[in-house]
Write a protein of this length. Structure first.
Length: 257
């Protein structure tokens, strides 16, 4: 699918949504209350390494950054997923990169949720844009890797206006990633709030990583219903309703221009 029709569809859908949905403002950047169920804090979440060597250092930086939280640690394990497919695996986050094509997006984070409990998640990074041009910089790679993994922890953006001054967090949309490559104190505070309670069960797997099932592969055309658009179409959220309270929710970060 070409980028222009996709962007046009986003803008048209955004206009329709503004006519039917109330406008809400919140200082919190929890992503709708989604979180991993667990019985103790801090808990350890596996990040499946399906990235190529030129992305390895950014995955390590992101894992270390989010492990600075008081309520969770992330650990990198062998992913076991086909990079381009990036199939989800129960109880962990699969992180993948590939040349996904000139489809307009830089990064995608998808969570599978049962009620408000995340059960599995994927992060995809589009090397069609990162392999050359203005996005082929350490700053952009750090920002997008950090932001997409942050979404899989249950975090929303702190700000979605690309023209605003940087908030010095990767959870901030920006046209200049220089100071927005890592989490800030507010991100860690929000994680502490999200995970302040304990659950009676856990959705965090302690089992070794294994190859995801084909049914857990989510291609672009299966992102589902567009439910939110930010900053003129530069960000978008989609939902697939699987029934019985189960959803797949996807954040998309679009490239500029």
């Amino acid at each position: 699918m070409s980028r222009v029709p996709r962007r046009s569809l986003l803008l048209a859908s955004a206009l329709a949504l503004t006519l039917v949905l109330p406008v809400t403002v919140s200082a919190s950047h929890s992503w709708g209350g989604y979180h991993w169920a667990r019985t103790t804090n801090p808990f350890t979440l596996k990040l499946g390494d399906n990235v190529s060597p030129d992305w390895d250092s950014y995955l390590v930086t992101t894992a270390n950054d989010w492990s600075a939280s008081s309520v969770l640690d992330t650990t990198i394990v062998s992913g076991g997923s086909v990079k381009r497919l990036c199939s989800a695996t129960t109880g962990m986050v699969q992180v993948c990169n590939s040349k996904y094509g000139n489809n307009g997006w830089l990064g995608v984070a998808s969570i599978w949720a049962s009620g408000k409990h995340i059960t599995k998640a994927t992060v995809k990074l589009n090397d069609t844009y990162f392999a050359s041009g203005s996005y082929n910089t350490p700053a952009w790679r750090n920002l997008v890797m950090c932001q997409e993994v942050g979404h899989t922890l249950g975090l929303d953006h702190q700000d979605t206006d690309f023209s605003n001054a940087n908030l010095d967090t990767c959870m901030d949309y920006t046209g200049n990633p220089g100071s927005n490559q890592h989490p800030n104190a507010h991100d860690y505070e929000q994680l502490a709030l999200i995970y302040a309670h304990l659950d009676s069960t856990t959705t965090v797997s302690s089992a070794p990583a294994s190859k995801g099932k084909p049914a857990d592969f989510l291609p672009d055309e299966a992102w589902g219903q567009l439910v939110a658009v930010t900053n003129g179409g530069r960000g978008a959220t989609y939902v697939v309703d699987l029934g019985a309270g189960n959803l797949v929710v996807t954040y998309v970060l679009w490239a500029a221009g």
